[in-house]
Ligand binder design. Structure first.
Ligand SMILES: O=C(O)CCC(=O)C(=O)O
Ligand SMILES: [Fe+2]
Length: 348
């Protein structure tokens, strides 16, 4: 695994540093080894400072599987509208969604409890009643690899805080959700005097500047624990730095983006940062991305462990049920939903 911190500076004046960690036995480092400890600390620091980071995981998530996944997704989004609309769920963000007036370039499918074997089968059979084993296989395999990665990263974070004893409870309390996303290329901007080619003798006025980017996904923090995001080669992801500046995230081939969500931010008493991010589309290519979200199970109450509370770190969040917070958020879609719902006003 190679880890790259994002947005070292408010904007990329110099390339972010790459740190390489040799891996042993595939995904899992020898726990307790020097590499393991160094990697765990880097992961925690990135989560504290930026709330996200890039991981190069060519061994853990092979390129061939990524290619199969994008091919499978193209077939999925190419299905007729009435077939896609068959995917419905009472849960927010899980049904097929497309043609939203706010984000008209975006289409998505959410799949609950996605790492269960029967979830991939049920979804595939709904979309392709005649069967599509290639899709089902790619989805199943990708889900489990991304979940392994997700859990390993959580393990590293806990170990780095010296809280490895919380790992088993976290895993028992965790379920998963998967999301497929497609973003159409934005329509070309209307011609303006500055981008119409005018022939003046032998010289030609310069061609149009690149079309201005269009909103692909609204700014948000993820609400869950940790997110692993993969994309095709079309960039568009942006994060809001702590300095309040939107910066592009150039995701290299073979890398995934890891995000801290609100649930982990609250559990860590605000030590870890849940970063705002969005997608801005430009150019003429379609973006495909897919995410594996680790999510606290319905009944789970998020409570800050004593180890995170001291004089310098007063308790910032009261215990709350994650499912209830999520329901609250869906009817109060605002940036400070977590603070409003569970925050303790330490000034009063
Ligand atoms: O498509 C992307 O790159 C971002 C997706 C995302 O942020 C999300 O689904 O929460
Ligand atoms: Fe997100």
């Amino acid at each position: 695994m190679i880890l790259q911190s994002l947005a070292k500076k408010p904007c990329y004046e110099s390339p972010p540093t790459n740190i390489e960690f040799p891996s042993h036995d595939g995904l899992v480092f020898k726990q307790g080894s020097e590499e393991w400890k160094a990697m765990s600390n880097k992961v925690r620091e990135a989560c504290e400072d930026y709330g996200c980071f890039l991981l190069l995981v060519r061994d853990e998530i092979p390129m061939k599987l990524r290619e199969e996944m994008v091919t499978a997704m193209k077939a999925l989004f190419d299905l007729p509208e009435e077939t896609k609309q068959k995917h419905t769920s009472p849960k927010p963000y899980q049904s097929y969604e497309g043609k939203s007036p706010v984000i008209p370039l975006n289409e998505s499918f959410g799949i609950d409890d996605a790492c269960r074997l029967d979830a991939a089968q049920a979804f595939t059979n709904l979309m392709w009643p005649q069967g599509n084993p290639a899709f089902c296989e790619a989805m199943k395999s990708m889900c489990s690899k991304m979940m392994d990665l997700n859990i390993t990263i959580l393990w590293m974070i806990l170990e780095s805080f010296g809280l490895g004893n919380h790992y088993d409870t976290h895993v028992q309390n965790t379920t998963s959700a998967f999301r497929f996303m497609k973003y159409k290329a934005p329509p070309p901007p209307p011609p303006t005097p500055s981008n119409i080619n005018i022939n003046v003798g032998s010289s030609t006025a310069s061609p149009s500047a690149s079309p201005s980017a269009a909103l692909g996904l609204v700014p948000h923090t993820d609400k869950n624990t940790l997110t692993i995001l993969c994309q095709n080669d079309v960039q568009g992801l942006e994060i809001l730095t702590k300095q309040g500046k939107w910066v592009e995230v150039m995701v290299p081939e073979g890398a995934v983006v890891v995000f801290v969500g609100d649930a982990l931010k609250a559990w860590s008493n605000g030590r870890l940062h849940a970063v705002m991010h969005r997608v801005m589309m430009s150019g003429d290519k379609e973006r495909y991305s897919y995410s594996l979200f680790s999510v606290p199970k319905e009944e789970v109450v998020i409570e800050v462990p004593q180890e995170f509370i001291d004089k310098e770190h007063p308790l910032l969040y009261k215990p709350f049920n994650f499912a209830e917070y999520f329901t609250y958020f869906t009817s109060n879609v605002r940036e400070d939903a977590l603070e409003l719902y569970a925050g303790i006003d330490i000034m009063s």
